[in-house]
Write a protein that binds this ligand. Sequence first.
Ligand SMILES: C[S@@+](CC[C@H](N)C(=O)[O-])C[C@H]1O[C@@H](n2cnc3c(N)ncnc32)[C@H](O)[C@@H]1O
Length: 228
Amino acid sequence: MACRQCEGIEAFFDDGVARRELRRYRRKGVGGTTRILLEALRSPSAGTGVAGRSFLDIGGGVGAIQHELMAAGATHGTHADASPAYLDAARSEGERRGHADRVRYVLGDFVDVADDIEPADVVTLDRVVCCYPDMPALVDASASRALESYGLVFPRVTPLTRVAFRILNLVQTLRRHPFHVFLHDTRSVEARVKRHGLHRIYHRETFFWQVMVFQRTSGGARPQPTHA
Ligand SMILES: C[S@@+](CC[C@H](N)C(=O)[O-])C[C@H]1O[C@@H](n2cnc3c(N)ncnc32)[C@H](O)[C@@H]1O
């Protein structure tokens, strides 16, 4: 991959990290804000739920969201990820669970590969926006592919997260590691999503993170699915 942050993602989320994350997911299941996001997507207030729906999980890591959505009755979907190690781990877990043949695995920076990816009913980015410097480009590329629901987990902007991100980036600079993190302004993220005809139906904050679910406004312009 060309960009410096993408090289950083490959190096940071490597085979060792992917193996550890997959072991933890197999042992403990889904937790934290990922569980909150899944519950919000499955709840009746999210309108359609996930059964019978397609998904697009961007930066899905070892695939907790796709495995849980498939178990909850999703029909098929796409996992796009900039980390080859994460993508392999998600695929191998999907094979073990018997649904990998209904998931398309796409390697790359989502902003670069988005044109080749079909819209889906449910689009998710769980702790991904903070890995990407160009928030508007990532939100535009992903929100425009959400036919019904759009779920985001990203850090709150607080004195704690500001300091934590500064320290992490300082350490990465000192290590000469290309991976950095980005604290994007909450209102700007939300405003960017809303430009795509999506309105917020759920918002929950934890100590560090926030979970938002948006739904396509009825009558709003829907992206055209390319699948049957
Ligand atoms: C912090 S991990 C989160 C993994 C998983 N969603 C979770 O919450 O456990 C960030 C993920 O986003 C992916 N990622 C970051 N920027 C991306 C981009 N522009 N396109 C595709 N994937 C991206 C990384 O490769 C990684 O899988």
